[in-house]
Design a protein around this ligand. Structure first.
Ligand SMILES: *Cc1c(COP(=O)(O)O)cnc(C)c1O
Length: 364
């Protein structure tokens, strides 16, 4: 067995769920567990988040896994169904479905279902991705409201700039103005993690935290720990070889790092086939010194180009490091967001990209 492992902390997940509740004390929590629980394992995270009021996924297949494991909470298909045939299965499983398009209305109205479905009707309040524009929203509501296939309707939108300026004021105003034309007191579903953290106590029946549950940052330049969140995943491995090179010698494919002095190099059993970003630390002048990485509990930097199964790091100043020394690729010492920044991406992408070949281990 290679020494690489993703260790998932149950208590960190539960702690982060509690942080979401603190920020949205009057809302139900729809824990977003799409993308295999943001790379942590769907059932691993569902088990720790059983106190959530609902789970949000993308595919009927994920909902089947949750129902078969006994979860009776609300389960929401975040993009609704993709084909008419999925509606029968959604009804059988008692799923909630997003409705964001005319096509979805049409197939829902024409379906013959064993049970009506609860619909989350999505408004496009300015993100211009999914949903009905404000001027088409009331008509979409009326069409659904008349249907025997619809058990109830939650009003939903999603914000594009909750994590930075200009914030959510304008789209929220669009949303609120539009729903004033509809019956009062319909349930509302509003907030992703950035919205929950930056706009606590928003009036919403449902909030939809994702990334914050996994202890990573939603906000560019704002570490997750600043919000009291705990990292859930530690991606760890070991040093499997050590090289000492002289000034002028290079390492790895393309010789992307050349030593300017005698340098001790640790070879780590982790590469891009494990989900580590290949270009981490190689973004021109921006990150000439690699991405952060911890060896034997000390933070150092990666060097050179990441290979498929291995990467290099500088252990010149960690003389105790040797074959078998523990390495944290990301976790408590090295925030996933710091590695993401060195690869010009976000923690979301790195977590979701952890490869299937990396074993997952649960810990308290
Ligand atoms: C993924 C998703 C979320 C969760 O977003 P985070 O930024 O991870 O909190 C919430 N709502 C919708 C509609 C989503 O697709």
């Amino acid at each position: 067995m290679r020494p690489i492992v993703a260790t998932i902390s149950r208590s960190a997940l539960q702690h982060n769920l509690a942080v979401a509740k603190q920020h949205a004390p009057h809302s139900k929590i729809m824990a977003v567990v799409k993308a295999n629980g943001y790379g942590h394992g769907l059932l691993n995270v569902a088990r720790c988040l059983n106190a959530a009021d609902g789970f949000a996924v993308l595919g009927v297949n994920e909902a089947v896994i949750l129902r078969e494991a006994g979860y009776q909470q609300t389960i929401l298909l975040l993009e609704g169904v993709f084909r008419a045939e999925e509606l029968a299965k959604a009804a059988e499983l008692g799923l909630d479905v997003v409705v964001h398009s005319k096509m979805q209305i049409e197939i829902l109205l024409n379906a013959s279902l064993t049970k009506p479905l609860h619909v989350h009707l999505k408004m496009n309040s300015g993100m211009n991705r999914l949903g009905f524009t404000p001027d088409a929203y009331a008509a979409a509501y009326q069409a659904l409201n008349l249907s025997k296939n619809v058990a109830g309707i939650t009003l939903m939108t999603h914000f594009a700039t909750a994590d930075k300026e200009p914030g959510i004021a304008a789209p929220l105003q669009v949303f609120e103005k539009t729903i004033k034309e509809l019956p009062a007191n319909l349930p509302v579903s509003l907030a992703n993690s950035a919205t929950i953290l930056r706009h606590s106590y928003l009036r919403a029946d449902w909030v939809r935290p994702g990334i914050m549950l996994y202890g990573a940052s939603t906000v560019s330049g704002m570490p997750a720990t600043a919000f009291g969140l705990k990292p859930v995943m530690q991606l760890s491995s070991e040093i499997i070889a050590v090289q000492t090179i002289a000034a002028g010698e290079s390492i790895g494919y393309g010789n992307r790092f050349t030593a300017t002095q005698a340098t001790r190099i640790g070879i780590v059993a982790c590469g891009y086939a494990d989900g580590y970003p290949r270009h981490a630390g190689l973004l021109g002048d921006q990150h000439p010194h690699g991405a952060p990485i911890a060896v034997s509990g000390k933070v150092t930097r990666t060097l050179g180009r990441v290979s498929m199964d291995m990467l290099f790091c500088d252990i010149t100043d960690i003389p105790e490091a040797d074959i078998g020394s523990p390495v944290e690729l990301w976790g408590r010492q090295v925030p996933v967001d710091a590695v993401a920044e060195a690869a010009d991406t976000v923690g979301y992408e790195l977590l979701c990209a952890v490869a299937a070949r990396v074993p997952i281990k649960m810990t308290d």
